[in-house]
Design a protein around this ligand. Structure first.
Ligand code: 9YT
Length: 132
């Protein structure tokens, strides 16, 4: 069994900080679960364009307020605590945090921890990371 406390993972290799978002990967590929599990915090007023071409992702809002726009359909959905979205079609999207958003996220396949967001908003597939 794996038991971890978010606060113990701060400032470890599982905790990554970008300018407008931070993310603690409570489960990574190395944990062998078949998915990764992240607690991601997006700064108030920030806007993010993501496109996980090689991953499926579901995201649950723990706290905060914002919206997500599906760039395929143009539809915008409000995000607040209790709302989940699943990018079941690798949907290109914009995520906006009107108030700081704290989100619980699952990725399939799991993130290894070495990915960086590419210009198109995607993460490379794990196989490509091994090559580089
Ligand atoms: C909200 C969201 O899409 N989070 C993605 C996870 C985050 N970019 C990470 O941990 O890499």
């Amino acid at each position: 069994m794996i038991v971890r406390d978010l606060k113990d993972l701060k400032n470890t290799h599982r905790d990554i900080a970008h300018q407008q978002w931070t993310s603690v990967r409570m489960l990574l590929a190395e944990d062998g679960m078949g998915f990764s599990f992240h607690i991601t915090t997006l700064a108030t007023g920030s806007e993010h364009q993501f496109h996980y071409k090689h991953h499926l992702e579901s995201v649950y809002c723990i706290s905060g307020r914002g919206s997500i726009t599906d760039l395929g359909t143009g539809e915008t959905h409000q995000i607040h605590p209790g709302v989940m979205y699943a990018l079941n079609a690798h949907d290109r999207h914009i995520l906006r945090a009107e108030q700081e958003l704290v989100m619980a996220c699952c990725f399939n396949p799991p993130v290894t921890g070495d990915e960086v967001h590419r210009e198109d908003g995607s993460y490379a597939p794990a196989a490509e990371l091994e090559e580089t």
